[in-house]
Design a binder for this molecule. Structure first.
Ligand code: HEC
Ligand code: HEC
Ligand code: HEC
Ligand code: HEC
Ligand code: HEC
Length: 373
């Protein structure tokens, strides 16, 4: 095993350095741990008894961070991708949070050393956990979950992006990563005169994303360092419910038995109260049907819907309906991240497109959707 060889030589080197009293330490000089990283300290993490690193490794291998299809979005692949590497690669992310540009020689997937710097600090502390300012200026502050928000945030500022006479394209929208915005109850297109609410998740979670996605683990397929809430294997469907059913959350109020938990109300108005994810899917379907008819969106059920290419939309309120559809399509929890906010964004958009009034109570003449150009 080459890895063990490396470990052996590093240990040897650390030992020699310790013996000769050489000042040079293996650690980064700008952030020295208490007493340097002595050879014996290696075993506080790399032991034979405590296998938490091995467990994390095995989970990470089953994660999209470790094995996703989009870990090649960097400048070595295409110069267009230089803007992507800060979220899609380890080197890009480290450059982003440290302020030291990446050398661009090679890029690797999001791995242990992206989020931790054990050999610099001598501990497993997170590389970045400060509150994160989202694209629209709202501050995301959920403890260790702030780490995730550095990457899992909208790439567009809704306030300046969704404007009159905006031109749509297939890629128009917040990007596939707006989970932090939705959890914090912000970042959607909010119609004037409509009141938006957030669900309990926005207010009660100390560590945000981590409380659910790393709230326990099972079979190295869900939770922990897989970050999966649901296992992908068809024959063996696992759901991670341990994060939901803790004291103070659903644990003390009747446990959640399915991620698609029964909704509080028939949000999509189809006559039955279904699971939250089904209610949200119903609302999304209603909205996309309207937007499709208005020629603002294209695509199909199977491959997904996207904004129509080269369409100039007359006013921000109309473009906002497309934006809200994309916000909820991209947060990808089926409304679990923040059910009330998701319902509000979709319902106000449906109302606006169908009646001209986001509340749907005072139908009025709506501006024509497409600009005349
Ligand atoms: C605070 C915990 C911690 C300490 C202390 C620590 N390591 Fe590590 N080390 C890690 C983690 C986490 C990884 C990545 C996961 C893995 O490969 O097991 C790692 C990986 C490694 C690797 C594999 C490198 C790679 O790229 O995968 C080597 C070699 C290594 N450590 C050597 C050492 C040596 C030598 C010391 C002592 C000078 C040491 N480590 C101290 C946490 C630690
Ligand atoms: C360095 C940026 C970065 C950080 C930090 C980060 N992620 Fe990710 N995450 C990504 C990218 C990029 C992908 C998609 C990878 C791919 O598809 O190749 C992803 C994928 C995921 C997925 C899988 C989505 C799917 O398609 O199944 C989950 C879940 C996830 N991240 C949750 C988290 C959580 C929770 C945290 C915080 C502990 C976090 N991420 C931190 C960038 C990041
Ligand atoms: C602000 C951070 C950020 C930037 C910048 C960014 N991405 Fe992403 N991207 C993410 C995250 C996080 C995910 C994973 C979200 C998920 O799976 O829901 C993702 C997912 C994706 C996906 C997978 C979508 C899917 O349906 O599985 C593609 C493709 C992608 N990004 C392409 C790009 C490209 C190309 C760029 C540069 C032009 C880019 N990204 C820039 C954060 C970012
Ligand atoms: C996307 C960011 C991310 C990556 C990549 C990552 N970690 Fe972590 N890790 C975290 C977060 C966040 C926590 C804190 C979890 C909590 O608060 O419960 C953590 C905690 C840990 C812990 C402490 C206790 C535990 O077992 O939960 C260990 C050990 C650990 N990680 C090892 C690793 C190793 C080994 C790798 C690489 C295989 C790795 N991590 C990759 C984010 C990451
Ligand atoms: C209240 C619990 C909870 C919180 C908090 C939470 N998530 Fe989720 N997340 C879920 C659930 C449930 C799903 C849907 C899983 C399913 O049904 O497949 C999901 C889905 C996702 C997905 C799509 C993954 C996939 O496999 O399709 C990503 C990416 C994601 N969450 C990232 C995040 C990030 C980043 C944060 C923090 C900003 C976060 N989540 C906060 C529960 C949560």
């Amino acid at each position: 095993m080459p890895k063990f060889k490396t470990l052996f030589f590093l240990l040897l080197a650390a030992g020699v350095l310790a013996l000769t009293g050489c000042e040079r330490k293996i650690v980064n000089e700008t952030a020295p741990p208490q007493d340097g990283l002595a050879a014996s300290a290696c075993f506080t993490c790399h032991g034979d008894q405590d296998l938490s690193l091995v467990a994390a490794q095995q989970q990470w291998q089953n994660s999209k961070h470790g094995s996703g299809e989009n870990i090649n979005r960097n400048r070595n692949n295409s110069s267009r991708y230089q803007a992507c590497e800060r979220c899609h690669t380890s080197e890009g992310f480290i450059a982003q949070v440290s302020g030291i540009p990446a050398d661009g020689e090679h890029f690797t997937s999001i791995s242990c050393f992206t989020c931790h710097q054990p050999h610099t600090n001598g501990n497993m502390e997170l590389r970045a956990a400060d509150p994160v300012t989202l694209a629209n200026g709202v501050i995301f502050d959920y403890g260790d979950g702030n780490l995730c928000a550095n990457c899992h945030q909208s790439r567009a500022n809704v306030d300046t992006y969704v404007v009159d006479d905006v031109e749509l394209s297939e890629r128009w929208g917040p990007h596939h990563s707006d989970q932090s915005d939705i959890l914090a109850g912000t970042g959607g297109y909010e119609y004037a005169g409509y009141q938006y609410f957030s669900s309990a998740h926005t207010g009660v979670l100390e560590d945000g994303c981590i409380d659910c996605h790393m709230g326990g683990s099972q079979a190295n397929l869900v939770g922990g360092h897989t970050w999966n809430m649901r296992s992908e294997s068809e024959e063996d469907e696992l759901q991670l419910l341990s994060g939901c059913n803790v004291d103070g959350c659903h644990g003390s109020r009747g446990p959640v038995t399915d991620l698609n938990r029964t909704a509080n109300s028939d949000y999509d108005g189809d006559g039955t109260v279904e699971g939250v994810q089904d209610e949200i899917a119903g609302l999304k379907h209603e909205l996309v049907t309207l937007l499709f008819a208005a020629e603002l969106m294209e695509g199909d059920e199977e491959d997904g819907y996207y904004p129509a290419e080269d369409r100039m939309v007359s006013d921000a309120d109309s473009a906002g309906a497309v934006y809200n559809y994309m916000m909820i399509a991209e947060e990808r929890s089926g409304g679990i991240h923040n059910t009330q906010y998701a319902v509000g964004l979709l319902q106000s958009a449906i109302n606006y497109i169908s009646t001209g009034d986001p509340n749907g109570v005072a139908p009025r003449e709506r501006t024509p959707l497409l600009s005349m150009h």
